[in-house]
Write a protein that binds this ligand. Structure first.
Ligand code: C5P
Length: 329
């Protein structure tokens, strides 16, 4: 059997390099390369092999190393792609928690489908008059029981006694937030605040006052007899809400700075509908801003309905909103 000097330095380095990363391959490579002996006079590794098995072994080793290197590249690329995907999906909780998705759909099946589809992308789901009128409180309970936070957007506006009773019912459903109309007056808002104060602080829903609907502007306000303009009406109602002991206000992104300056710099929740991602339809909303602007201006919570709910790919639409929100942080 001819004694052959060690394979070329290049091949040896490749073997050593690969074996360092893929130690599990070492025994197989050694078996394939035949017995390795060390000659005492040169102290160099030599491989005793017949000419035929040497060539076959070299071919196999080359192929194995190529496969290992290719696998390594695929693995690196796949884990990079997974990391990017995971980063996209796992928006920081402080951004996700700020996104409230409006379940403006006609029935339970549609609503539960959206909750499941977006459960890792939204901090809260909003149930408004359309869905509540169709499906009632059992759907609210079911979504709450499944571990999701619910904003019950029924905008109570009635005599104080009735609103207090409705507030107790809403609190009993386990919702995280519900709202009342600020134009119902201080007494009505105080009745709502008092009604929920009987609940433990950590289980008590937050109560917000709707100031001026985001679908209204100064022209539509003056149609109903409010002539002082949108901003002054928003400030008036937000101030009354704070005086009545409510937790915050619903207002358009355009009034956030004013509320922060004139009503409460902090500890007063500002929830903003009328949010439209860059390039999307405004629909009936008139006082709008992008998710990034709303966050930059200081919104605590952002309500988004149609731009997500009516999108062909809701997850992608929600991710786009979250990305824009992250840009405003
Ligand atoms: O589809 P869009 O994003 O306009 O949905 C906004 C949601 O927020 C709707 O469900 C609407 O009823 C609600 N909302 C609002 N303006 C308020 C309070 C709630 O648009 N002032």
């Amino acid at each position: 059997m001819p004694t052959l000097r060690c394979v070329s330095t290049e091949l040896r380095n490749r073997v050593i390099g690969s074996c360092t990363h893929y130690l599990w391959l070492a025994p197989a490579l050694i078996r394939l390369s035949g017995p390795i002996s060390h000659t005492s006079h040169t102290n160099t590794a030599s491989i005793r092999l017949s000419q035929r098995s040497y060539r076959a072994a070299i071919l196999i080793i080359h192929n194995l190393i190529t496969i290992v290197e290719l696998t390594n590249r695929v693995f690196v690329l796949t884990s990079f792609a997974l990391k990017v995907k995971r980063f996209k999906m796992n928006y920081p909780a402080n951004i996700r928690d700020k996104l409230v998705v409006a379940l403006d759909v006609p029935n339970r099946a549609a609503a539960l489908g959206i909750v499941e589809e977006l459960s890792d992308l939204a901090g809260m789901f909003k149930i408004g008059s359309q869905l509540f009128t169709a499906e009632g409180p059992s759907l609210v309970r079911d979504i709450v029981t499944s571990g999701h936070r619910v904003f019950l957007d029924l905008k109570f506006h009635d005599i104080p006694n009735t609103v207090a009773a409705a507030a107790r019912s809403a609190a009993g459903l386990g919702v995280s937030i519900f709202n009342v109309h600020g134009v119902g007056g201080v007494e009505m808002m105080r009745a709502a605040a008092d009604a929920v104060s009987a609940f433990a602080p950590d289980r008590r829903p937050r109560v917000l006052a709707v100031t001026v609907l985001t679908s209204m502007n100064s022209a539509s306000l003056s149609e109903v007899g409010i002539t002082g303009g949108v901003s002054s009406q928003v400030i008036r109602l937000a101030s009354l809400a704070r005086a009545a002991g409510l937790d915050g206000a619903v207002a358009s992104p355009q009034e956030i700075s004013l509320i922060r300056e004139r009503v409460a710099a902090e500890n007063f929740i500002i929830l903003t509908p009328g949010v439209r991602p860059a390039g999307s339809e405004s629909g009936d909303q008139k006082r709008i801003a992008t998710p990034g602007e709303a966050i930059r201006l200081g919104a605590d919570l952002i309500v988004v309905g149609r731009p997500i709910i009516a999108a062909a790919n809701r997850r992608e639409a929600a991710q786009r909103v979250l990305a824009e929100m992250a840009g405003g942080m």
